[in-house]
Design a protein around this ligand. Structure first.
Ligand SMILES: Nc1ncnc2c1ncn2[C@@H]1O[C@H](COP(=O)(O)OP(=O)(O)O)[C@@H](O)[C@H]1O
Ligand SMILES: [Mg+2]
Length: 311
């Protein structure tokens, strides 16, 4: 499956567009959207199977936050789906919003099966899942990434047999000019053309979201062969590739990238705790390693290191 995310406005118009997009002034509307969009799953599908799930809303108006509405919708959708999965005999999902200190606080609570202490420690790990094949185990790590990127936090409270509460906290975006403009710093950075490859579409989406936010132009693909085709056809400033993909691996992509253009930097994305000798990496055409789950600041740092002076 190909996903081609190009931004023709990556130049000057980008800044204005990003500013308008990257702001949620009506949190309640976004929460209600997420509930409506997920209704086929928590209501229609469940009721067909004799499972009854209610939603309870305790929503207060809040100040604005610097996040794209579609990102918050994705996060809430992930959390709602998890709550539905955790309530095989039905129950209630409670959604709350309020302001606390200078943050917007959102909670999603269910009275489902809860989780063990061990699971609780690992919920935000990429690929951690207790569900059957078909579950990616990425919902929470992707949500975590999006929230951290927006300067917020995501925490969990859960008791086995009692239920689970996820709490999102996002800084209220200030009224002063400097903090109003989330792109102030970013507009200084160069715009690069980046090829991103991962067989998990959610990771490609996450990379695209992060990189677009930095003003770059992204081609995101979910298989190695498409990546090789792109490397043949187009010129890139940077390649970010997953390591473990079926058929064509990250090593193959790196070799091809270096073969095409000797100085083309390649960043390899790997899972937890993998260790490599730097000599082996250099020989394989890898310039840097990014560990999952990656954060925006790590990604920014690597890009600056790899592409320091390109205008
Ligand atoms: N509301 C919840 N109640 C109980 N367990 C949960 C809840 N949300 C997440 N979990 C646990 O965290 C794991 C990871 O969640 P997630 O990252 O969304 O991946 P997935 O839903 O694909 O398993 C789940 O498999 C489950 O064990
Ligand atoms: Mg999930």
């Amino acid at each position: 499956m190909e996903q081609n995310i190009e931004h023709p406005e990556a130049g000057t118009g980008f800044r204005q567009k990003l500013e308008a997009k990257n702001r949620i002034s009506n949190i309640i509307a976004v929460i209600k959207d997420a509930i409506d969009l997920t209704k086929p799953k928590w209501k229609d599908e469940c009721e067909k199977n004799g499972i009854f799930i209610n939603t309870k809303l305790e929503l207060q108006d809040t100040g604005p936050v610097s996040m794209h509405p579609s990102e918050l919708r994705e996060i809430l959708t992930n959390l709602i789906f998890n709550s539905v999965d955790a309530m095989p005999e039905g129950g209630t999902i409670t959604m709350r919003s309020c302001e606390k200190d200078s943050n917007v606080v959102l909670q999603i609570e269910d009275n489902g099966i809860g989780m063990s202490k061990d699971s609780k420690k690992r919920v935000f790990d990429p690929y951690f899942t207790t569900k059957d094949i078909g579950s990616s185990g990425l919902g929470l790590s992707v949500s975590f990434g999006l929230i951290v990127q927006a300067g917020g936090t995501l925490t969990v409270d859960s008791k086995e047999g009692k239920g689970t509460t996820f709490t999102i906290s996002l800084p209220i975006s200030g009224t002063q000019e400097a903090s109003e403009d989330p792109t102030a710093e970013r507009s200084e950075t160069q715009s690069l053309k980046i090829l991103a490859i991962d067989d998990e579409k959610q990771i490609v989406d996450l990379l695209a979201t992060m990189l677009e936010g930095l003003g770059h132009k992204i081609i995101g693909v979910t298989d190695g062969q498409q990546a090789l085709d792109y490397l043949d056809k187009e010129n890139f400033d940077l390649v970010i590739t997953d390591l473990g993909m079926p058929v064509i691996s990250g090593w193959d992509v790196a070799a091809k990238a270096k073969n095409k253009k000797a100085g083309l930097p390649v960043v390899l994305v790997t899972g937890w705790g993998a260790e490599y000798e730097s000599k082996d990496l250099t020989e394989a055409g890898i310039d840097a390693i990014l560990n999952k789950p990656f954060r925006l600041d790590e990604l920014t740092k690597i890009i600056l290191e790899q592409c320091p002076e390109k205008k």
